[in-house]
Design a binder for this molecule. Structure first.
Ligand SMILES: [Zn+2]
Length: 270
């Protein structure tokens, strides 16, 4: 993780400067790019916060090592409870009481909200209370595809880092199609719509995204070890995607196209 070639150089230059200055904000908001890239950035920040060396994150001290293997007691990941789609308000309340506990061995504790879309308005308002008066020993990191999905009051409390989409490679589009399909199977229609926003302004990218969805359906169908139920849904999606591919080259509004597509896909998952 630590020595990875980090391609978003301006964001990382900025982060390095902040870490070196030791004036680390109480809350970061990482938006843009893919889920994996956002997480990579969050772990870079978390590693820097807990690292005991001068050149943070060093990647070799015990703190960095445990950060890397997910066992650092001062780094917590906030995700929905088992079988739940959303992070509950109670979880945020627990987080608030946990945040005032002193760190185990690092100077500060880090709480990473892996997918801030899993916070509804109530959850965000609960979080806001602690973002407004954060304990000195805490750093929050919120990850989200686009900050427009969060309350302005929450966003205004965070230092925002936008990961660039300009190096939007084929790999990223295919990673996106995978994430998009898993959201469908989790019945997260709203998140699917948020997700398509990143493709709404570019017909070529939108077309690539739809092609990637078809490829992903085919790939999953070929693996064979999926249920009949899932296979049926995937072939329905595969078949109906052509229609949307054709519409893209016409003058259709992409927001409307994606909304219709998500509705259609949703109707297959019953
Ligand atoms: Zn270290």
């Amino acid at each position: 993780m630590m020595n990875k070639d980090l391609n978003d150089s301006s964001v990382y230059d900025n982060l390095k400067r902040i870490i070196k200055s030791r004036r680390i904000p109480h809350a970061f908001l990482i938006e843009g790019s893919t889920k994996e890239k956002r997480m990579e950035t969050a772990m870079y920040i978390a590693g820097s916060v807990v690292c005991t060396s001068d050149d943070k994150p060093c990647g070799v001290c015990t703190q960095c090592k445990t950060a890397e293997n997910g066992s650092n007691p001062d780094i917590s990941f906030i995700v929905p409870a088992k079988d739940k789609k959303m992070i509950s308000v109670d979880q945020i309340r627990d987080l608030r009481s946990e945040a005032i506990v002193m760190p185990h061995s690092a100077e500060r504790r880090v709480f990473i909200i892996e997918d801030a879309l899993q916070l509804n308005e109530q959850g965000q308002n609960a979080l806001l209370k602690i973002l407004e008066e954060p304990p000195k020993t805490v750093v929050f990191i919120l990850l989200v595809p686009s900050k427009t999905s969060l309350l302005d009051t929450v966003v205004s409390r965070c230092s925002i880092f936008l990961l660039s989409d300009t190096d939007h490679t084929e790999d990223e589009t295919s990673a996106d199609s995978k994430e998009f399909l898993s959201l469908l199977f989790e019945n997260r229609e709203y998140d699917m719509l948020c997700f398509t926003r990143k493709y709404e302004n570019d017909r070529t990218k939108a077309r690539d995204f739809l092609d990637a969805i078809k490829d992903e359906c085919l790939r999953q169908l070929k693996t064979g070890d999926i249920s009949n139920y899932r296979a049926k849904i995937l072939s329905n999606i595969y078949d109906s995607t052509d229609l949307y591919c054709e519409s893209i080259i016409t003058n259709v509004n992409l927001t409307l196209l994606f909304t219709a597509m998500v509705c259609k896909f949703k109707s297959f998952v019953k």
